[in-house]
Design a protein around this ligand. Structure first.
Ligand code: TPP
Length: 352
């Protein structure tokens, strides 16, 4: 059956308001809400620590995701452990939740190639730096799973800027025509480096682009972990039962710079940022849990300590990885190294 959705811009779905009040039925019990709160605290700890490590010269360029924790945690939580996840350089929180080891996330940011060697049992691809290029991989993975008779689906993350890439069109169209079980999650954080979403697209929303492809398009408050989870769970259900793909637009904001090489003060206002501080995804869930007797200072302190020691453990492991030998850089492509690469290898080995 074809999707016959509204031909107007979808309204933004919200379940938990910025002040922590419910305006619709909570899509999860307190145990899962507490688990997601803890995951978001871990994610923010990882993110802030990464910013600090980059300043110390211990990580390469880093793309922070502070502010986008609910968009990632809420969507990742709707997956089964062996579903595929295909994300970008800004999706470490979601990748970690889908079992990508934190030490490998750090290792990747130190430039160590082992950061991209995903353990056998983990169905998460290494982060894509190429904007939009990975969405087609998510479609291919989900399609391959279906051809093999499995019910595994694929979820892919991308930004508002990626919707201007040709890969977005190819992935969306192919997935819809073939009814492939792919969930497209656009974290619309307002900016593609210095380009605001309003200059990225002439449509009012990203979600409405789904109409042209013949799939459901859903717009949610991306800082509301309940709304993100509910929308993703529905999309995952459709994907798994053979009803095809969904586009979810999670409206959010990147609190930090695009990367550590960017100065957002040159293109956006502090007032804008302050407005989003009031919509913080972690704080609103804290208020909700607190009112239900599921949050107190002691627990907060405990999970912050656990988060810090997990992050420290992962850094120690990442930094203790053996430095790769020059041969490893040249060894993966050819059975016999061609002369020009052999020359470069000799040069690399001779380097001090
Ligand atoms: C194909 C391609 N073009 C350009 C770039 C340079 N670039 C890196 S991030 C970025 C902006 C992406 O914005 P968006 O898709 O909204 O994601 P966000 O960074 O906001 O999460 C650009 C243009 C790239 N990495 N790949």
């Amino acid at each position: 059956m074809r999707f016959t959705g509204a031909l107007t811009s979808p309204r933004m779905r919200q379940i938990l308001t910025p002040s922590g009040a419910l305006v619709d039925e909570a899509p999860m019990d307190d145990a899962l809400a507490s688990r997601l709160y803890r995951a978001m605290v871990f994610a923010r700890t990882y993110d802030r620590k990464s910013m600090a490590l980059q300043k110390q010269g211990r990580l390469a360029t880093y793309a922070p995701f502070e502010g986008q924790e609910a968009a990632q945690a809420g969507s990742a939580a709707a997956l089964e452990v062996d579903d595929w996840m295909v994300g970008t350089y800004r999706d470490a929180a979601a990748m970690w939740m889908q079992a990508y080891p934190m030490e490998l996330l750090f290792a990747g940011r130190t430039g160590h190639e082992h950061g991209g060697r995903v353990p056998e049992h983990v169905n998460v691809l290494p982060p894509s730096i190429t904007v939009g290029g990975h969405m087609v991989h998510a479609v291919g993975l989900a399609w391959a799973e279906r051809l093999q008779g499995s019910s595994r689906i694929a979820l892919t993350y991308f930004g508002d800027g990626a919707t201007s890439e040709g890969d977005f069109h190819e992935a969306m169209n192919m997935a819809a025509v073939q009814k492939v079980g792919t969930v497209f999650v656009c974290q619309n954080n307002g900016w593609a480096i210095s380009l605001p979403t309003a200059e990225q697209t002439a449509t009012e929303t990203i979600a409405e682009k789904a109409i042209a492809y013949g799939m459901p398009g859903v717009r949610v408050d991306g800082n509301d972990v309940f709304a993100v989870y509910a929308a993703t769970r529905e999309a995952v259900g459709r994907a798994r039962s053979g009803e095809g793909p969904t586009l979810i637009e999670a409206v959010t904001y990147r609190m930090g710079p695009h990367t550590t090489a960017d100065d957002p003060g040159r293109y956006r206002s502090e007032a804008d940022r302050e407005e989003w501080v009031r919509r913080d995804p972690i704080e609103r869930l804290r208020v909700y849990l607190s009112e239900r007797g599921r949050w107190d200072e002691d627990w907060q302190m405990r999970i912050e300590e656990q988060a810090s020691s997990e992050v420290e453990r992962a850094i120690v492991l990442a930094e203790s990885l053996r430095a790769p030998e020059p041969e490893e850089m040249f060894g993966a492509m050819f059975a016999e190294i061609p002369p020009h690469l052999a020359e470069q290898l000799a040069e690399a080995k001779a380097a001090p």
